[in-house]
Design a protein around this ligand. Structure first.
Ligand code: FE2
Length: 214
């Protein structure tokens, strides 16, 4: 039996957001966890899944719901983790690497902000295994625009549910407040983890990675 539990996050450490906003958002996240448990606890049965029509069927419904809830769970884990509980001052190897690739940290923030303003679901800074460089991916929902074999470093939720209670339609102010809460210990750890994967897996597909964790 699957009984996955929601992660616990230190919302008291977040500045510029009300507890009401964060707790309402957290409720949605716990819903994805509950639904994923429900889906993964459906027993495998050949007879059950013979209804597998690609226009409308039980199997189709299960498969679409599975990726939606699983991506929703993972993205919210990453989002809440990178905006709670730690060092809010940009520093370290990740700051150096991002500033180098995007010419300056301000340029990076400006570009990331514009991606966040242009999407309906997520803006995600990731290192992609094709070129081992930073990319800012955008998606309109948990399971649309997802990129496989990339490694998420900064995850920003731009669904209206993430900010509307506190910021109304001022998404730019929300994104700016989010940046000021980023936990740079977590971000640097993710960067380090990606680089360590390069030595142990086939993540390095085309180009030698230009970054070192220094
Ligand atoms: Fe969300």
């Amino acid at each position: 039996m699957y009984n996955l539990k929601p992660e616990v996050f230190d919302f008291k450490s977040v500045q510029g957001f009300s507890m009401k906003q964060l707790e309402e958002h957290y409720k949605l996240y716990t819903g994805y966890v509950a639904k994923l448990n429900e889906i993964w606890n459906i027993p495998f049965s050949t007879k059950e899944y013979q209804d597998s029509n690609p226009t409308f069927s039980k199997m189709r419904s299960i498969k679409l719901s599975e990726t939606y809830s699983l991506d929703g769970l993972k993205l919210h884990n990453l989002y809440f983790e990178n905006m709670t509980g730690g060092n809010k001052v940009p520093y370290g190897p990740l700051l150096n690497a991002i500033s180098t690739q995007f010419t300056s940290f301000d340029n990076f923030i400006s570009y990331f902000t514009d991606v966040g303003l242009s999407m309906r679901g997520w803006a995600i800074v990731a290192l992609d295994s094709i070129d081992n460089k930073f990319h800012v991916f955008g998606s309109d929902s948990h399971d649309k625009g997802a990129v496989w074999q990339c490694y998420p470093i900064i995850v920003l939720d731009v669904y209206e549910h993430a900010y509307f209670i506190d910021f109304g339609t001022d998404r730019k102010k929300y994104i700016n407040t989010f940046f000021h809460n980023l936990n740079w210990d977590i971000l640097n750890m993710r960067f380090k983890n990606y680089l360590s994967l390069l030595d142990t897996t086939r993540f390095r597909i085309v180009n030698k990675c230009p970054f070192k964790f220094v």
